[in-house]
Design a protein around this ligand. Structure first.
Ligand code: SF4
Length: 144
């Protein structure tokens, strides 16, 4: 039997949860101000997940594209997913909600754009040429 103390992020109350685990399973949760605390504790202690937000390069632009995972991904996949996003170079136009990486790193979660980028070259394309970035086939989808 082991015990962990974690902070629930379900709302601004930030309840401190005392979680008892036995054999990798949550058997008791104390300190939750509502029912969501126990759900969060089970998720966090057994299979923690996180949303990931990052920036991707945009062909012909200095300004990057803001992206995020469409759903939380397993915590242990975060660094691999960020590496995948940083290796990406998307071609405008991009619309908010476009899938820029489908099933990122086999997580069954897509990475989507969180902003629009209009077509046309605003900054002369110097950024991408300097960086030598190339689109890799099959790494993006949903972008015309
Ligand atoms: S247990 Fe309930 S009240 Fe407490 S932080 Fe989580 S969601 Fe908020």
């Amino acid at each position: 039997m082991s015990e962990r103390v974690i902070t629930c992020v379900g709302c601004p109350m930030g309840c401190r949860l005392r979680v008892t685990l036995e054999g990798g399973r949550v058997t008791e949760v104390d300190g939750a101000g509502c029912g969501r605390g126990a759900v969060y504790a089970r998720q966090e202690c057994v299979c923690p997940v996180r949303m990931v937000s990052s920036l991707a390069r945009v062909r012909g632009r200095r300004a990057p594209l803001s992206v995020k995972t469409a759903r939380p991904i397993p915590k242990e996949a975060i660094f691999e997913v960020v590496r995948e996003i940083h290796g990406l170079c998307v071609t405008p136009p991009v619309r908010l909600g476009d899938v820029v990486i489908k099933d990122v790193c086999g997580t069954n979660v897509d990475v989507v754009a969180t902003m629009d980028v209009a077509s046309g070259c605003a900054h002369g394309g110097a950024f991408v040429e300097r960086q030598g970035q190339e689109l890799k086939g099959g790494r993006r989808s949903g972008i015309p």
